[in-house]
Write a protein that binds this ligand. Structure first.
Ligand SMILES: Cc1cc2nc3c(=O)[nH]c(=O)nc-3n(C[C@H](O)[C@H](O)[C@H](O)COP(=O)(O)O)c2cc1C
Length: 194
């Protein structure tokens, strides 16, 4: 069966909520999903690497800390160098999501970091594919999907004084589900033609 792995870090729980939404989106498309913590994958020879190696697509997720992916995600990223040596993830699909305290918060940098990681592995990047939901005067900020206007992946917003129960809000979580669904459907097509 087609399988999508989601590997993420979350220091305070907001990005974890988004990761769960991405997982729901994958399952909504009828595809197997596995949710993994980057915290468990910071060493090349320890942790559930088999789950990543057997996936058809890997979705990367991390909060944006100081303008890039959080340090724990970077530890995971560096630990993937062992797989990189053999290009073990070549031709898998890849995608990404991030979340930050500011509306922008330099999230694009984090998404680019994920895309470059994927490129180094010879993976094939899947963008968000959800039109900007807040670029016209009749649009409503409170319920727009992809309200930040990202194309590379999901860029969600959680004000720093909110709890994970409050943010990311419903439209941001739905954007996460749409990414998961898109990657899952792409993976079905990709594995049929591979
Ligand atoms: C060390 C640190 C650095 C941060 N840097 C940024 C930043 O560069 N841009 C931003 O908008 N928010 C920044 N934030 C806010 C977080 O991105 C925000 O609180 C996010 O929701 C945290 O996600 P998490 O709960 O999954 O850890 C930072 C937070 C921390 C703790």
């Amino acid at each position: 069966m087609t399988k999508v792995a989601i590997v993420y870090h979350s220091g305070y729980g907001h990005t974890a909520k988004l990761a769960e939404a991405v997982e729901e989106g994958v399952r909504r498309a009828g595809v197997d999903a596995v949710l993994l913590k980057a915290d468990d994958l910071t060493k090349p020879d320890e942790g559930p690497w088999d789950e990543l190696n057997s996936a058809d697509a890997i979705i990367f997720g991390a909060p944006t800390y100081m303008g890039s992916a959080s340090a724990t995600f970077k530890a995971f990223q560096d630990a993937t160098s062992k797989v990189w040596m053999t290009q073990g993830w070549a031709d898998k699909l890849a995608a990404g999501f991030t979340n930050s305290g500011s509306v922008s918060g330099d999230k694009l940098q984090t998404l680019q970091q994920f895309a470059i990681l994927a490129a180094q592995h010879g993976m094939v990047w899947v963008g968000l594919g959800v039109p900007s939901g807040f670029n016209m005067k009749e649009h409503r900020w409170d319920d727009a999907t992809n309200r930040g206007g990202y194309w590379l992946g999901v860029g969600a917003h959680s004000p720093v004084d909110t709890s994970p129960e409050e943010a990311p809000v419903a439209c941001e979580l739905e954007t996460g589900r749409l990414l998961g669904e898109r990657v899952a459907k792409s993976a079905i097509r990709w594995t049929q033609t591979a």
